[in-house]
Design a protein around this ligand. Structure first.
Ligand SMILES: Cc1ncc(COP(=O)(O)O)c(C=O)c1O
Length: 418
């Protein structure tokens, strides 16, 4: 018999194995000060490209005031208990109604967190004869939701409609054989790593050939895409074909919580059957009031989305002009693809932080294949053209050093907090 704890400390996992050198710098860094395009990291002011504060709402004075006033008025506890038992309020219901109307759906349900919310929604919706057909690059919360699925799941190659159709055929055949069950297709509005939009319209069009329902996680599209900011469905002109629309409040809304919107009957079903909400305390009032204020600003101040896009396009254009590969993004998420090992990537990140005062996130092996590095830049409405120019210059110079082998190293530099 093995001791479970012993096994864990023999192998801390793909990222955990680097913790002794990486903690506090490459992993678990602490950004301090007011949330914005400039923050402090280890005492130095940096231009920050790591926060999904797309619209700059995190520090909007009206948002800060609404959060503070609601905290003073209600405290952090109210309402106590789960929504179903004792934790409901008019304001929770008002936020749901406003979200539903914004998304052009009949109803919406609030969730405390996106991750557990969507997992649990999949669990509530799907039975053991149902089949889920999903995009290979769906977020971890969807993959974990599918782990709980008693039915079958078929994955299609990322954004590959032909393969999606093939998997729908397989799903259909299985259901015919079982003589029961239905199909749920799950994809995302914007894939958060590469920034490419999910092919929602093409998938919706497949409804003419197959019978299925569609759930879209639009965490990165909500507030950033579509004429009114209601997301990727609006952007692609297929919101009506999306049966269940989901977004977290963790990005454009710069808050905590999430929601799912759809037909009244189905949202009601979810409301009475979603275990992560039925068996958990409801969202505290300051979050509900704060989210109402954020939604109001998101809807009524289009300038925030305009500034976001102005900055995103300037950054993306500048990177492309300098010969950088930014892949297939058609959202504000801006990946920069480079080649190099994990050790080189960490030295380049250090150079960017220590000498150029640029803070951005990197993705390396084992999250992506060996020898590849992805920088992930998240523009916000708050960045300035000067910050964009400094970043472009820093990227040009550090890329030249990377190509010249200046960051070659045998091991990850020890930058951990001691
Ligand atoms: C695509 C996507 N779905 C869901 C989530 C989870 O949302 P939350 O942070 O509210 O748990 C995230 C990350 O925040 C995400 O990027």
């Amino acid at each position: 018999m093995a001791d479970i704890f012993e096994r864990l400390i023999k192998n801390y996992g793909p990222i955990g194995q680097h913790r002794e050198r990486a903690h506090g710098y490459f992993a678990f860094p602490k950004l301090e000060g007011e949330i914005g395009s400039k923050m402090k990291f280890r005492g130095q002011e940096m231009i920050v490209w790591s926060l999904n504060n797309y619209l700059g709402l995190a520090n909007h004075p009206e948002v800060r005031k609404a959060d503070a006033d609601a905290s003073a008025k209600y405290g952090l506890a109210l309402p106590m208990g789960a929504r179903m038992m004792s934790g409901n309020s008019d304001l929770h219901e008002q936020l749901e109604a406003e979200l539903a109307s914004f998304e052009n759906k009949e109803d919406a349900i609030l969730m405390n967190y996106g991750y557990q919310g969507i997992m649990s929604a999949i669990d509530a919706i799907c039975g053991r004869h149902d089949v889920v057909v999903y995009d290979a690059e769906c977020h971890a919360c969807i993959i974990d939701g599918l782990r709980m699925l008693a039915g079958h799941r078929f994955v299609f190659k990322h954004n590959d409609i032909e393969d999606c159709e093939k998997q729908l055929h397989r799903a259909q055949a299985l259901i015919d054989k079982q003589q029961s069950g239905g199909i749920l297709v799950i994809t995302e509005g914007v894939f958060g790593m590469a920034g490419d939009q999910g092919k929602l319209k093409e998938i919706v069009n497949l409804k003419s050939k197959f019978e299925f329902r569609m759930l879209v996680d639009d965490a990165h599209g909500f507030g950033t895409l579509g004429k009114t900011g209601s997301g990727a469905g609006e952007e692609q002109g297929c919101q009506d074909g999306i049966d269940l629309y989901f977004s977290t409040f963790a990005k454009s809304m710069a808050s905590i919580g999430a929601f799912m919107a759809g037909p009244k009957t189905i949202i009601d079903y979810i409301r009475y059957n979603i275990r992560s909400q039925i068996f958990a305390k409801s969202l505290p009032m300051p979050f509900v009031v704060g989210n109402l204020k954020r939604l109001e600003l998101l809807r009524t101040q289009p300038i925030l989305k305009e500034n976001l896009w102005k900055n995103a396009l300037a950054l993306q254009k500048g990177l492309k002009e300098r010969g950088f590969d930014i892949g297939k993004t058609d959202s504000v998420v801006t990946p920069v693809y480079m080649k190099g090992g994990v050790e080189e990537a960490t030295l380049m990140v250090m150079d960017l932080r220590e000498n150029y005062k640029i803070f951005c996130s990197i993705v390396v092996y084992p999250v992506i294949p060996k020898g590849h590095i992805i920088y992930r830049l998240i523009p916000t409405a708050e960045h300035t053209q000067e910050e964009i120019d400094l970043t472009l210059k820093a990227f040009s110079e550090t890329k030249a050093k990377l190509d010249a082998g200046a960051y070659k190293s045998e091991e990850i530099t020890d930058m951990a907090n001691k």
